[in-house]
Design a protein around this ligand. Structure first.
Ligand code: ADP
Length: 437
């Protein structure tokens, strides 16, 4: 499958993109500098070649036609210039070794002026092709061979060192960004208590400070909302109790039972709200005692299941005793079981219940094969008052408080409650509790 390069780049980290920009900027700067340098040296180089050509033409004329070795020998003594000649009828070399030329690698020196130059690893050679034959001129001094490998190795090492230094520098500059990213992730996971350390005073430092202020504000607002809910729930309790009493004196039985049901629903809702608020504020309220979780699950199933065929149970053979608030964990299990029954057809496909322990934790998994939860609702399922089916109907009729309370109970015990679900395939709720808490 082909990936769009922009999408590919878009998915990389900001650090990688910055390094890429720096790399290409360095490359472009190099190309521009080389181009300018080349154009600046072009003219003097052309003149130099012109000069050498004029000089060699003069030497060629002086050698006579056909060119004489004896005359050429003068240039060796006077100017330290070796000459090689390859003509149609004769060939010679002032060094006496024509085979020197076999080593010379010739390349075009300056195309416009029609002159070649070469190098045999020690000396430089100029070649001119004339009607008499090929002339090679080589000044009698040694030029050290360029040490390409050493220079390339040095270049690679220096480039790598520069890149490493740039990488470390950018990482340091963007350190605050990584801390901020971690903080944002924590908030997305529902942890509003997060406060990120701020060690810089640049823009990233300012954003981080604003982030800390923002989470503190949201925390405050949530607390005041919860406090309001708690106060209202408290205030509603007394009139509700009075209503219950007055209901007893009502003579119309139909009216009495209808109102009685509504009052019971309100009472239940208030109780859940108060319980939720209590758990939020005082984790100390848990009344922990050593409880056998296997026995607790059995008791809960007996109370909630309409028939034993509605569930398949896999639990350890021996008791799993842990310290927990029995009443609250019982209500958590009950809530999960009731939801499983409500949102699936357990007589057709029974609920699957597993209790497993590791050396440090115990896992209670409840799987139903019912309608499942749409993926867009899944992240909100543990929020108070959140319901997938926004309209309360007769069958499912809750307020969306049950799961929020269950999560709080699990967390108050140092554990967690999570869900996996797929629309049309069912849901699995997993309660994890630490064995020692
Ligand atoms: P409610 O009292 O409305 O059931 P809960 O907090 O227990 O409140 O559940 C919240 C919402 O989560 C429910 O309205 C329901 O849409 C969804 N839900 C809970 N459990 C299940 C389940 N086992 N299968 C499908 N949906 C579920």
């Amino acid at each position: 499958m082909k990936t769009d390069p922009f999408t590919w780049l878009g998915n990389r980290s900001i650090l990688f993109k910055l390094l890429l920009v720096i790399f290409f900027a360095a490359l472009l700067v190099n190309v521009v500098i080389s181009a300018v340098f080349h154009s600046l040296t072009q003219q003097p180089r052309g003149r130099l070649v012109h000069f050498i050509q004029g000089y060699t033409d003069f030497v060629i004329r002086d050698l006579g036609d056909p060119p004489q070795l004896e005359r050429a020998m003068r240039f060796v003594d006077d100017f330290g210039l070796n000459i090689y000649f390859i003509g149609k009828t004769n060939r010679w070399a002032t060094t006496g070794r024509l085979e020197d030329l076999n080593e010379v690698k010739l390349s075009r020196f300056h195309s416009g002026l029609g002159m070649d130059y070469g190098y045999d690893g020690r000396k430089i050679f100029f070649r001119l092709i004339k009607p008499q034959g090929e002339f090679y001129f080589s000044p009698d001094f040694v030029i050290d061979p360029p040490r390409h490998q050493i220079w390339i190795a040095l270049l690679v090492m220096m480039m790598s060192a520069i890149f490493l230094a740039i990488y470390a520098l950018i990482r340091r500059i963007f350190r605050q960004l990584f801390v901020l990213r971690q903080g944002v992730w924590e908030v997305s996971q529902g942890n509003l208590e997060v406060q990120i350390p701020v060690n810089s005073f640049d823009e990233l430092g300012q954003i981080s400070r604003s982030f800390n202020e923002m989470t503190a504000q949201v925390r405050g607002q949530l607390r005041s909302k919860e406090q309001l809910l708690l106060n209202v729930s408290h205030e509603l309790r007394s009139p509700l109790t009075r209503m219950k009493l007055q209901l007893e004196f009502l003579e119309d039985e139909t009216m009495k039972s209808r109102l009685g049901w509504e009052v019971a629903v309100m009472d239940h809702m208030l109780e859940e709200l108060l319980e939720s608020a209590r758990l939020e504020h005082e984790y100390g309220v848990l009344r922990k005692t050593p409880v056998d979780l296997v026995g607790l699950v059995h008791r809960c199933l007996e109370e909630v299941l309409p028939s034993p065929q509605c569930a398949r149970l896999t639990v350890p053979d021996q008791a799993v005793v842990i310290s927990l608030d029995e009443r609250r964990i019982y209500s958590l299990l009950k809530n999960l079981l009731e939801n499983g029954l409500k949102y699936s057809n357990p007589l057709q496909t029974p609920l699957q219940i597993n209790l497993q322990t590791t050396s440090t934790e115990v896992y209670f998994c409840l799987q139903d094969f019912g309608e499942g939860i749409p993926s867009e609702d899944l992240p909100h399922i543990f929020e108070a008052f959140y319901r997938v089916d926004k309209s309360r109907n007769q069958r499912t009729g809750g307020y969306g408080l049950g799961l929020a309370l269950c999560k709080k109970i699990a967390e108050a015990h140092g554990g967690s409650l999570s869900v996996q679900s797929q629309r049309g395939w069912g849901s699995t709720f997993t309660l994890r509790l630490p064995l020692v808490n």
